[in-house]
Structures are given as structure tokens and as C-alpha cells.
Design a binder for this molecule. Structure first.
Ligand SMILES: O=C(O)CCC(=O)C(=O)O
Length: 241
């Protein structure tokens, strides 16, 4: 591992995130933005909600139809999020015992709002679909899931509680994250992650984090989600079995 890789891994272990300044140049940024904007324009034309009052659109799962008029745009995005350069940033982040090769789960495009400003909820991604905090706690303690993102315009919307990926919640954090005041500005020790256009950031999806969503300035951040754990085997049971 190079020194910079060691530094990144150390920052990830300690804080749960790291920033790579100027990960892509202006030309690469314009090319990726053009590709992602194909999907955003299409989504906005089709819906009054998706791409307007949502934090993001999905590019790989429900977003595929958004590229029907320009499949090359989807190829450009898929090539980028699967590129050796991006995967290199993720090397060394898995836990011992997890597969070292990241599995791409989805890619999203975070966008500015078109109607109103609003504050997102504090969360760990591990809580979604997981009502039992004790089971969630085991997931946090044993698995790794990461966001890689690149800001195609300057983006300072994300806030993270450093180090929270490596431990369970304090009582106050749990009260906020699973309570009635999830969008409070008063999360203890949270820091804002400010990215300039072209900067990349990798953060642990189990970190306590949130973002606030504004109409201005334009937000165009491409984010891909990867897991290292082995996929859960789902068994299909015929009806009535
Ligand atoms: O950057 C954002 O808008 C927040 C991202 C987030 O909360 C998530 O993807 O889980």
C-alpha cells in the first residue's frame, strides 16, 4: 500500500471518512455531470416528486429507464463507479473476514431541491429496514458498507459524527436517531464535510450522518454505495411450501 493509501485507511478507521481533493479534473467532471444530468432531466420531466423534492435519484436500479434515449450516459457512469481508480480508494477498508472486493449496490445522483429547503434525518444506513436496534448493532459491529462520492459542483451538505462508524450510539445519539426529533441541528460532535467541485469523499455508511437539502446552490453529487460483506443467500420457497 502507498503512503497515501495508508493515510486514507487510517483516517477511515479513526473517523469513518476521508476526502480526496481534486479526484477528477474539470473535463472529467463536465463529462460525468452531462451523463448524470440525462437521468435527472428525464426523472424531473416524468415526476412531480422524483428529482424535485427527493434527496437523490437512483441511477442503476429504478433509474435505468432514465437513460433510454442515451444509453451511453449510463455506460459512462457505470464505467466510472466500477473503475480501478475508484476501487483503489476502497482497498483496505473491509474488516478482517470480509471479502476485500467491494460489491457495487447502487449509484445515486444527489440534486438541489426545486420547491423548498428541508433538513434530513440523522441516521446510520444500517437502520433502514431494521426495526430492532440490537440486530442493527450487530450489523454495525460486524460489516462494512461505504459510500464513494464525487462532487460535480461544490457540495457542503453532508454532516457526519466522526468515529461513530466504529462504536454504538451514545444515549443522546440513539434518542435523536430513533426518536421524534431526528432532524435536529443539535447532534453532538457532528462535522460538515465540505467538498469542492471535483473532490471525492469516502464514508462509512454505518456512520451517523445526515444532509440538509436546499434549492440553492445547485447540488450535483454522484454517489455509489458498496458493501464488502458476503451477500445474504435468499432462498426462494414456492407458494404453499
Ligand atoms: O449527502 C446526502 O444527501 C446524505 C446522504 C445520506 O444520508 C445517505 O446516502 O445515506
Amino acid at each position: 500500500m502507498s503512503t497515501s493509501t495508508l493515510d486514507r485507511v487510517a483516517a477511515f478507521r479513526a473517523h469513518g471518512f476521508f476526502v480526496v481533493p481534486a479526484f477528477i479534473d474539470a473535463g472529467g467532471r463536465a463529462e460525468l455531470r452531462r451523463a448524470c444530468d440525462v437521468a435527472l432531466s428525464h426523472a424531473r420531466a416524468l415526476s412531480r416528486e422524483t428529482g424535485h423534492s427527493t434527496p437523490r435519484i437512483s441511477l442503476l436500479t429504478d433509474g435505468v429507464t432514465c437513460f433510454q434515449d442515451d444509453p451511453g450516459a449510463l455506460e459512462r457512469i457505470a464505467a466510472f463507479v466500477g473503475s480501478a481508480r475508484v476501487c483503489e480508494l476502497l482497498s483496505g477498508l473491509a474488516r478482517p473476514g470480509e471479502a476485500d472486493t467491494p460489491r457495487l449496490k447502487d449509484a445515486h445522483y444527489y440534486h438541489e431541491q426545486t420547491r423548498r429547503d428541508w433538513d434530513g434525518d440523522w441516521h446510520r444506513d444500517s437502520q433502514f429496514g431494521q426495526p430492532d436496534p440490537e440486530i442493527e448493532r450487530a450489523v454495525v459491529a460486524t460489516t462494512t458498507s461505504v459510500h464513494f462520492r464525487v462532487a460535480l459542483e461544490a457540495d457542503d451538505r453532508l454532516e457526519i459524527v466522526p468515529g461513530s462508524h466504529a462504536r454504538w450510539d451514545t444515549l443522546e445519539e440513539l434518542r435523536i436517531r430513533r426518536g421524534a426529533d431526528r432532524a435536529t441541528p443539535d447532534m453532538p460532535n457532528a462535522v460538515r464535510v465540505a467538498l469542492r467541485a471535483g473532490d471525492a469523499c469516502v464514508f462509512h455508511a454505518w456512520s451517523i450522518h445526515r444532509a440538509t437539502y436546499l434549492r440553492e446552490p445547485p447540488r450535483r453529487t454522484l454517489d455509489a454505495l458498496y458493501a464488502f460483506g458476503r451477500p445474504t443467500v435468499r432462498r426462494w420457497a414456492p407458494p404453499g411450501a
